[in-house]
Design a protein around this ligand. Sequence first.
Ligand code: NAP
Length: 338
Amino acid sequence: MKAIALTKYLPIEDPNALMDMELEKPSPSGHDLLVAITAVAVNPVDTKVRAPKDQVEATPKVLGWDASGVVEAVGPEVTLFKAGDEVYYAGDITRPGTNAEFQLVDERIVGSKPKSLDFAQAAAFPLTAITAYEAFFERLGIDVDGANSGETLLIIGGAGGVGSIGIQLAKIAGLNVIATASRPESSKWVTDLGADHVINHYEPLRPQIESLGMKFIDHIALFNNTDTHWDAVVDLIRPQGKIVSIVENKNPLKQDVMKLKAATFVWEFMYTRSMYQTPDMIQQHHLLNRVARWIDEGRVRTTTGEVLTPINAANLRSAHKTLENGRTIGKIVLEGWE
Ligand SMILES: NC(=O)c1ccc[n+]([C@@H]2O[C@H](COP(=O)([O-])OP(=O)(O)OC[C@H]3O[C@@H](n4cnc5c(N)ncnc54)[C@H](OP(=O)(O)O)[C@@H]3O)[C@@H](O)[C@H]2O)c1
């Protein structure tokens, strides 16, 4: 099968950073589906895993953690899907990724592809949808059915992949959403997705929040640069409020004011369930199906910013390069094999 893989961890300008290869087609066992992949999306995790270092892989490593495709075969324990089903999923960081014609993935972290979307548009959603859904409705404990309606949510990094779906999920829950964006085009993007207010993450946050008539924020989601924004979000969170982050910190995060406010800080990592095979990992199957229903009902719109054709090393290197500049709006998707 065709695949795009690496053996060395090189700067993205190096043609060997990601290479077209022929690899052996896998076959499914246990709970695995064998999926014929039609489209993939790229995420910052791909560039973080690919980041230059001295390590050399003995066998080619396939990256990529967002796909849509068709189930080709199933393992003996599979009960949720059958051959021919159209699916979308993010996969498991500990296993070979989606940048291949065929991939094995555990059925419990796979959803049925939204019927109203083509494969390219569907591939843009899974990783970011799982992340934002778990961040809001599981880690922050916001009620998806509206019990927290009218409460405020600040999303740091509104126009990125996670922010773009996050704004829409927060509006479904009835929240008053303040999203950050720094440029006219990213500000327009978050407004079009439903953000009630837009503030600039490169300007001090408190004065901008106060100019909206707010003193404290009920819920805060750090979807970008935890280190840079930590002090500001600790200042803004309401007493007894909750902050979630999806971005690893490089420096210690001061906790003194968090203690005074009896505030909670919680991590979201969308790979936790598959990495640790948690007993509730099937929740990702359910949440992807729920997001697919919202898409088909017209309550969630596409977050795709750009589609590149076909899926090959040259286009994937170009997508990684764009992502590495940190200014992507929405998602970058690759579709079809040559
Ligand atoms: N824990 C998890 O499970 C998980 C899951 C998904 C992603 N992540 C991580 O979350 C981060 C965001 O992912 P993503 O896919 O949304 O990234 P992305 O699409 O690459 O984000 C791009 C956006 O980031 C904004 N941005 C750039 N610098 C910023 C800053 N200093 N403060 C706030 N926003 C800034 C830009 O907005 P402007 O152009 O308007 O400046 C741009 O629209 C990445 O670090 C990723 O690895 C973690």
